[in-house]
Design a protein around this ligand. Sequence first.
Ligand SMILES: *[C@@H]1O[C@H](CO)[C@@H](O)[C@H](O)[C@H]1NC(C)=O
Ligand SMILES: *[C@@H]1O[C@H](CO)[C@@H](O)[C@H](O)[C@H]1NC(C)=O
Ligand SMILES: *[C@@H]1O[C@H](CO)[C@@H](O)[C@H](O)[C@H]1NC(C)=O
Ligand SMILES: *[C@@H]1O[C@H](CO)[C@@H](O)[C@H](O)[C@H]1NC(C)=O
Length: 440
Amino acid sequence: MGSEDDRLRKPSQQSTTMRTKLKILLLIVSTNIISIYLFSGAVLNINWPENAPRIHLWDNERLLRELNLTRYKLSHAQSSLSDLESKCSTSNALLESLLTELGRVHGDKAVSDELNGWPDELFGELKLAAGPHKLPLGFTSNIGSDELYPTMGMGCRNFQPEVIEYMTYEPGQECPSDDVFAQRLMLKGCEPLPRRRCKPKSPKNYVEPDAVPASLWKIPPDSSIIWDPYTCKNYTCLVNRGKAKGSYDCKDCFDLRGREKVRWLIENGKLDFSIDNVLKSKPAGTIRIGLDIGGGTGSFAARMRERNITIVTSSMNFDGPFNNFIASRGLVPLHISIAHRLPFVDGVLDIVHSMHVLSNWIPDTMFEFALYDIYRVLRPGGLFWLDHFFCLGNQLNSTYVPVFDKIGFKKVRWHAGRKLDRGIEKNEWYISALLEKPMY
Ligand SMILES: *[C@@H]1O[C@H](CO)[C@@H](O)[C@H](O)[C@H]1NC(C)=O
Ligand SMILES: *[C@@H]1O[C@H](CO)[C@@H](O)[C@H](O)[C@H]1NC(C)=O
Ligand SMILES: *[C@@H]1O[C@H](CO)[C@@H](O)[C@H](O)[C@H]1NC(C)=O
Ligand SMILES: *[C@@H]1O[C@H](CO)[C@@H](O)[C@H](O)[C@H]1NC(C)=O
């Protein structure tokens, strides 16, 4: 996976080539020094005797002496040479470690700046998707720059091999069918995803959708989507999944005649608030637009639509076409994760609702990010309906209540209740709360 530090330590391709070039240069320099050394005769002055070529075969003793002397000088030269060699290799090693050190202190940082935080150099479609791209008309004050970076999740850099795989496609042609892989990459932090230039596979025999309001509570035709990414291959299977074995996200959400049909209609004075009672806490008609975070198949938005309130629903396609289903109902799906900054400007939404998705699986810091972000996008007097927030008893007062208090919401309603379906000894709790962003 690789942290920022790991990536900085990893020698990049470019610094390696740079170092190789330097080494070759050093090798050439040292070889030349040796040659100059050898031929200048500084140490290896063998000093052939003047009469060396004129060997008098009869002068045996002299010949032997000269031979002895030559052998001696030769061995001396040999030892000098090996001495020099070892000195050279020592200095070579020293230089190499010096270069590595220099690279660490200096070079690698520059290289990683060049690669914009990617472990390796970018090519092709991914390089284009990463940008930057020069603005054809030059600097503009709206942007404060003369170039643009297409939006891409910073987390993509932590998964370069997967991102390369994801970005391997023919621009203009049909996209690879890899929704599950893509969504997982996105949920790991590569959000938004960088793929921009292919066409998703189109379902065969697509028919125009039903009209609102009939579409709100109707199961769409099987031919409206591509089923490749899902275990179920038709809506009948998804609708019946609630009663089937196995654990699935939002298991009974596709069954619009089941539990989904009565959600938020009945007030039980405890964890279940009704939409109408929540709306009554504000002057009539002042709740008009909002967001449902992790809204499954969009039934909350459907119920709000029936009250002329426009709700955008964020949802994930966890082994089911949740987003497509929401859209088929005539509602707006938003494919963003809980890690994503909410795509709204400050202070505009009348209501934010969230059921189940916000809970103790989220890292504390990110949970706080999410809550502050909800506070940010709500208008003054806007409502945050936290619906069935799950945590353990010991976390309730120690971790979560202080966070809610810290953000600055006003508590309109608050109910903490035990979740008993897995036994009281589990000490599992739900909080349902209606929180208001203060007017001032
Ligand atoms: C050869 O030279 C070595 C050292 O210079 C000397 O010890 C040896 O006696 C010499 N041998 C002959 C045969 O001259
Ligand atoms: C729906 O899919 C299931 C398997 O997932 C299959 O058994 C069933 O026959 C399908 N039903 C229809 C109406 O296509
Ligand atoms: C919603 O708006 C329509 C058209 O403006 C209106 O006829 C209807 O009564 C409204 N419904 C509610 C529940 O306010
Ligand atoms: C949390 O604190 C409240 C008020 O101080 C208390 O009534 C409640 O019992 C506590 N809940 C748990 C689960 O400890």
